[in-house]
Design a protein around this ligand. Structure first.
Ligand code: ATP
Length: 198
């Protein structure tokens, strides 16, 4: 049987419970062998400065350690220039010629998918698996919707990394939003204390 690989990209600044729930739901509903987590080096869409890649990688390592089918793939943090999912999908297709590739995204990303570099090429190499996101009613562009996609069933989780960073900057606990190891890491390293950007 062909290997079934989930690809999950994001800035993961920080990784949070909705990310984990989305990837876990995708593992089950799509019967994935593995989910590769692909933290962005420098996301082309985000203007604000991200936490250093080393910190985002370490938080992911801590968050993913309990699920052996979750694999951290740091290739985008090592690539110079902006992070394009298209490049990673191209490489992963070459590395896994026989696999079925599923690109996991939330509804907000699906709605803007037609603005991604090489989106049509991505859809030739991988199948989209989309999870609903509270507060996001926007639909995908017609050209994108013409391609079939999978739905990832996810209870509404009103969590965003933006809200987490704002809470930390305001001194509000985040224990309900991230795994305990991640909350401890953020606290110990003093991440997100100064409210900069969004
Ligand atoms: P930020 O608030 O910094 O923009 P974020 O919380 O949206 O970050 P990302 O790392 O940008 O997190 O997201 C990675 C992927 O996870 C994206 O495809 C996004 O749509 C999805 N995602 C994030 N949070 C949720 C959520 N609460 N429900 C569904 N999907 C989500």
């Amino acid at each position: 049987m062909a290997e079934r690989l989930g690809l999950f990209g994001g800035s993961f600044d920080p990784v949070h419970r909705a990310h984990l729930a989305l990837a876990q739901a995708a593992l089950e509903v799509l019967a994935l062998d593995r989910v590769l987590w692909l933290p962005a080096g420098r996301p082309w869409q985000k203007a604000r400065a991200l936490a250093p890649a080393a910190d985002r990688l370490e938080m992911l390592r801590l968050a993913l350690q309990h699920e052996p089918r979750f694999v951290l793939d740091a290739r985008e943090t090592r690539r110079p220039g902006p992070s394009y999912t298209r490049d990673s999908v191209r490489e992963l297709r070459a590395e896994h010629p026989a696999a079925r590739l599923f690109l996991l995204i939330g509804q907000d990303q699906y709605a803007g998918f037609h603005t991604w570099q090489g989106w049509a090429e991505i859809l030739q190499q991988a199948e989209l698996a989309v999870a609903a996101r509270p507060g996001v009613a926007a639909r995908a562009a017609d050209a994108v919707q013409r391609h079939p996609h999978h739905e990832v069933p996810l209870p509404p989780l009103d969590i965003s990394a933006t809200a987490i960073r704002a809470r930390v900057a305001a001194g509000v606990p985040i224990d309900d939003l991230v795994p305990p190891e991640v909350a401890r890491y953020i606290d110990r390293q003093g991440l997100y204390r100064a409210a900069s950007g969004s």
